[in-house]
Design a protein around this ligand. Structure first.
Ligand code: IMP
Length: 185
């Protein structure tokens, strides 16, 4: 079989497609139980959370609504330290049970910004589900209510996560070869 450059750039597969699906099914059960009798409003953070929300929403078997918030803070493998809103919500969240859907929490800067912004809009409740959690990178005291996988450090790509907008389409989470982002020297 012809080798694919996309996969050749991976040092290691961290979580396979099967492992991801299994974990999301379990998260779905937990969220469904916690939101029994409530209708969660899932606020998905673009763009990295797209594969996660697509799978998660089908694993949470309760009536729900969906919206998207665009934020940007990264350049390459480094957080710029500055969070920008690139797309606002379509709908009002006042009185709604908001569940923020994140791809990964590293420093926590993006999530702090998002939570501050959303709480000003007077939702009934706000919780957070993140696909990945990297607590070693944390600069702020912020935790998600639901976590897919906790990872140590390092930069990961795939299943929505990018490096310079690439690799989002990988069906698994992988560690990028160092020479891909650090260059040959
Ligand atoms: P934080 O603001 O440092 O918590 O970073 C959150 C955002 O940074 C995520 O939503 C991702 O877009 C990006 N990010 C952080 N770590 C990684 C990584 O290992 N791979 C890809 N993107 C990452």
């Amino acid at each position: 079989m012809e080798t694919q450059p996309l996969h050749d750039d991976m040092e290691q597969v961290l979580f396979s497609t099967e492992q991801i699906q299994e974990r999301i099914t379990a998260l779905g059960v937990q969220i469904r139980q916690d939101y029994a009798g409530k209708e969660p409003h899932l606020v998905t953070i673009l763009k990295g959370s797209i594969p996660f929300i697509a799978d998660l929403m089908r694993a949470v078997d309760v009536p729900m609504t969906l919206d998207f918030l665009g934020v940007s803070s990264y350049a390459g493998t480094q957080s710029s330290g500055e969070v920008r809103l690139t797309k606002d919500l379509d709908d009002d969240i006042e009185g709604r049970h908001v569940l923020v859907v994140e791809d990964i929490i590293d420093t926590g800067l993006t999530l702090s910004y998002v939570l501050r912004n959303l709480r000003q809009r007077m939702p009934a409740s706000v919780k957070v589900v993140t696909f990945l959690d990297k607590p070693s990178g944390r600069g702020t005291q912020i935790e998600a209510d639901y976590v897919g996988f906790t990872i140590p450090g390092g930069f990961v790509v795939g299943y929505g996560l990018d490096w310079n907008q690439r690799y989002r389409n990988l069906p698994y989470v992988g560690i990028l070869k160092r020479e891909v982002y650090a260059g040959p020297f």
